[in-house]
Design a protein around this ligand. Structure first.
Ligand SMILES: *[C@@H]1O[C@H](CO)[C@@H](O)[C@H](O)[C@H]1NC(C)=O
Ligand SMILES: *[C@@H]1O[C@H](CO)[C@@H](O)[C@H](O)[C@H]1NC(C)=O
Ligand SMILES: *[C@@H]1O[C@H](CO)[C@@H](O)[C@H](O)[C@H]1NC(C)=O
Length: 676
């Protein structure tokens, strides 16, 4: 009797405490948005258990915050129920066209990677993980589907408003050759709800609708991806340009993007907690979100690299890779007519991104193919730069990119398309620590802002579970043969420091912030022919200023009637003395190249080219509004007797001009005198 009374008392006390806390919560939520109050609630009341149920056609996973619907056995994501929204995905679309993986392989063949078998991997109150697999069979699948074994996974966790997605893709040794150009997940959101797109702090806006991009609502520009909105549903967009490539981002910056439904004050976000499973390194660019409303998670592609990206998978080359997990996060705020919640949702999504990064590598992922932290390794060290023509002592490589990628030649990581890559940036001291590296064999690569060329540590690095390797001090000797006579630009692998013109006022996309991202405007290539109508670019060393006088892209001249002409740029400079017996060096770093050729001549524009890059590049950066593609570097030896005392001219001819997008972007040019 006594005991029961005590228990009743303590239960009462707990109840009272809960009531008081609820009361406090209500009080606080009246003053703050819904986001923090939800989090407090999570702490007080343990979130409901994760529940899985299924019928003949679908699997439903519900954690009280979201209910996720997946088609069985295809594994297509067909529903996410959240707050006031019965489905954040476009309900009018077919069930294989709402949230799906897809691949572009061999000659533009397209495959949505449907599964054939569903399996429950984990099912308890804390987490549910399900798998949708398909095993490729040479007898039935030879021509109809990509030679790939597929395992698509979904994870829903207790108390977490969203769903984790990853895929384990495998090719057995005897599978036939296949190019796998593009692998991604696409989400088609509810068209009448999601109007506000956010892909970075500066690129956020209400967007045109899918309908605005078809029929007589728009006019295709130089290529089908870019259109001029002539008759959009929302008159504010009349005269605006839209092109999905204007919303691209580099891997390192592409960790969060999504859409907001203003009616519901709900945000849908693709969170990418790691770049380890992406290809091409930290600077590889790819799509994020675009009119649809569509949100993407890109894993492999040839965007901004072209087919130099290694995407050919050969027979006899077994391969397995885990793409993801990525996290689809949903958040909500109290609606307010001034749209004040948009910022709150974006900032909350950024906070969530930090949390996801903080818990990487996720310890709740069940696949053996995804090693948890204790089965990963670490590589530490310090990178210094030795360039005695700049500074007699060793210099710290500040904010340098240091990474592990598949063994190859220096710089090969930018076209590496099959393995995992692990990158970090050095501190001010040049120190770096690459954590959570999967077991494997790698080379260590680096590039240093402000210096040309590529660093590679010759010795291969083998990571074993749990090991920590300290490489000590590494020294990078950037290409250098003599003192700098002059230089143009900054060696940073982009053309961003050069002159990027204002867009044609009738071809503007106003989502683009002209202070941050001016190069993403449409049609800048055509401005060259307007600005330089009386003759090609001439740069006078010592007088000209590369931020005003060096056009960011070396494009052909548009002479009308769909015709282009090659252009020759001049660098004029004065040499007080010429060391005839010595060798000079022209260091030429390119930030991008597409079907282009740079020919170099000295003092005589009509001579045979002294040097040519030959035809190079497939990165298509100019029409994709990129400020860089693949980095290329040339060190050109020039005998002293090529020059004369006084005025000299270097002629740079971009000789390919069949189309207006045959172009190079320079990164940096330097003339060095003979060694002293
Ligand atoms: C070059 O031009 C930029 C942009 O107008 C300006 O900020 C910079 O100071 C100039 N540099 C020099 C050396 O005049
Ligand atoms: C434009 O190009 C077409 C086809 O190449 C040619 O027939 C025509 O004469 C050209 N017009 C002008 C004005 O050059
Ligand atoms: C200059 O370069 C040429 C060609 O590479 C080479 O043969 C010669 O030895 C070099 N001269 C000097 C002084 O380095």
């Amino acid at each position: 009797m006594e005991k029961v009374v005590t228990r009743t008392h303590s239960t009462c006390l707990v109840l009272w405490l809960l009531i008081i806390m609820e009361f406090l919560l209500l009080f606080f939520s009246a003053f703050s948005s819904e986001i923090p109050s939800r989090k407090i609630k999570d702490i007080i009341n343990k979130a409901p258990a994760v529940k899985l149920h299924r019928n003949n056609e679908r699997v439903f996973i519900d954690n009280g915050f979201v209910e996720v619907t997946i088609e069985d056995p295809s594994g297509h994501l067909s529903g996410i129920k959240y707050k006031t929204m019965p489905n954040v995905l476009e309900t009018r679309n077919r069930n294989n066209n709402k949230g799906y993986w897809d691949i572009v392989w061999d000659n533009q063949v397209y495959d949505k990677l449907p599964g054939q078998q569903m399996k429950i991997i984990t099912q308890n109150d804390e987490v549910v993980e399900v798998s949708f697999t398909k095993t490729w069979k040479s007898t039935t699948d030879r021509r109809s589907s990509v030679p790939l074994n597929i395992d698509k996974r979904y994870i829903v966790r207790r108390g977490v408003p969203g769903v984790y997605m990853y895929g384990i893709f495998e090719r057995e040794a005897e599978f036939p050759d296949a190019h796998m150009y593009q692998i991604r997940i696409a989400f088609k959101l509810k068209e009448d709800k999601f109007h506000y797109m956010a892909v970075s702090d500066s690129r956020q806006s209400i967007m045109p609708t899918a309908e605005d991009r078809v029929g007589d609502h728009c006019q295709a520009l130089a290529f089908k991806e870019a259109c001029l909105l002539t008759n959009p549903t929302d008159p504010r967009f009349r005269g605006q340009v839209d092109d999905k490539y204007q919303y691209s981002a580099e891997n390192k910056d592409s960790k969060l993007h999504g859409w907001i439904s203003d009616d519901d004050a709900v945000g849908f976000w693709v969170i990418n907690p790691s770049n380890e499973f992406q290809t091409g390194g930290p600077n590889k660019q790819d799509l994020t979100c675009h009119v649809g409303p569509t949100a993407l998670s890109m894993f492999t592609s040839t965007h901004y690299t072209g087919t130099e990206m290694d995407v050919l998978f050969k027979t006899g080359e077994p391969w397995k890779k885990v793409f993801g997990p990525v996290f689809i996060y949903l958040n909500s705020a109290a609606p307010d007519p001034n749209h004040g919640y948009r910022n709150a949702l974006w900032n909350d999504a950024k906070t969530q991104l930090s949390k996801e990064i903080g818990s990487w590598p996720y310890n709740f992922v069940a696949s053996e193919d995804f090693p948890h932290a204790d089965r990963r390794g670490e590589v530490d060290g310090q990178l210094l730069v030795r360039d005695p023509y700049i500074y007699k002592k060793l210099m710290r490589a500040k904010s340098a990119f240091v990474g592990l990628a598949a063994p190859g030649i220096a710089g090969s990581w930018q076209t590496e398309g099959k393995g995992y890559q692990f990158w970090t940036q050095t501190a001010q001291t040049g120190r770096f620590s690459i954590k959570n590296v999967r077991p494997g064999v790698y080379n260590l690569y680096a590039w240093v802002n402000g210096f040309i060329g590529n660093y590679k540590l010759e010795q291969e690095i083998t990571i074993q579970p749990g090991n920590k390797i300290n490489l000590g001090t590494l020294i990078y000797d950037p290409p250098r043969n003599g003192p700098t006579l002059w230089e143009i630009g900054i060696p940073d692998r982009t053309a961003a420091e050069f002159f990027v013109p204002e867009p044609n006022p009738s071809l503007v996309n106003s989502i683009i912030n002209n202070h941050v991202d001016r190069f993403r405007q449409y049609g800048l290539w055509d401005r060259y022919s307007e600005i330089y109508q009386n003759g090609d670019l001439v740069y006078n060393v010592g007088v000209s200023n590369y931020s005003k006088d060096w056009f960011f892209a070396h494009v052909p001249r548009n002479v009308g009637n769909n015709t282009n002409r090659a252009t020759t740029w001049q660098i004029r400079f004065n040499l007080q003395e010429v060391k005839e017996a010595g060798n000079y060096t022209l260091q030429l770093a390119l930030a991008a190249a597409s079907y282009a050729e740079v020919q170099v001549r000295f003092n005589n524009p009509n001579s045979r080219p002294y040097f040519t890059t030959m035809r190079i590049g497939l990165d298509n950066v100019v029409p994709r509004h990129g400020i860089h593609g693949l980095y290329r570097f040339y060190s050109i030896n020039v005998p002293g007797n090529t020059f004369q005392r006084g005025e000299n001219t270097i002629f740079l001819t971009q000789s390919r001009s069949q189309a207006s997008f045959e172009a190079v972007l320079y990164d940096y040019i330097r003339l060095e005198g003979p060694a002293v």
